[in-house]
Design a protein. Structure first.
Length: 120
């Protein structure tokens, strides 16, 4: 499968678990605002090479999740800021503009060095 986005987790905020418990997590690049940094996986900011759409796969290390919906500014935020919220509820309509929704699942805990890709 062609990879259209690739990044690596460099830091983990102290309060990431609070969003994992809600069925989601936040990615943000190294420029994350101080008010959000504790709640985020801090990643390398890299640009995608194509559109992000429902039906693609979000791969988190060795686990793959089907993307079910994509917010209208998710790609722009991801490319420019390294920022999206990944929601594990299987929604087919994106209610949050900067979010990527994936199949219903328990969000995995990522580690420093975890690889995140979106595959076509």
């Amino acid at each position: 499968m062609p990879v259209i986005y690739h990044t690596v987790v460099g830091e983990i905020g102290d309060a990431v678990d609070s969003f994992l418990d809600e069925g989601m997590f936040i990615l943000f690049g190294q420029g994350a605002p101080d008010a959000l940094k504790d709640y985020c996986y801090i990643v390398d900011v890299t640009a995608s090479t194509g559109a992000i759409v429902a039906g693609q796969s979000l791969r988190l290390d060795d686990e793959s999740y089907t993307i079910t919906a994509v917010g209208e500014v998710a790609r722009q935020n991801l490319d420019g800021l390294g920022h999206i919220t990944v929601v594990f509820n299987g929604a087919t309509n994106a209610k949050m503009h900067g979010s990527v929704y994936v199949e219903t699942a328990t969000p995995p805990k990522l580690s420093v060095g975890s690889v995140i890709t979106i595959e076509d």
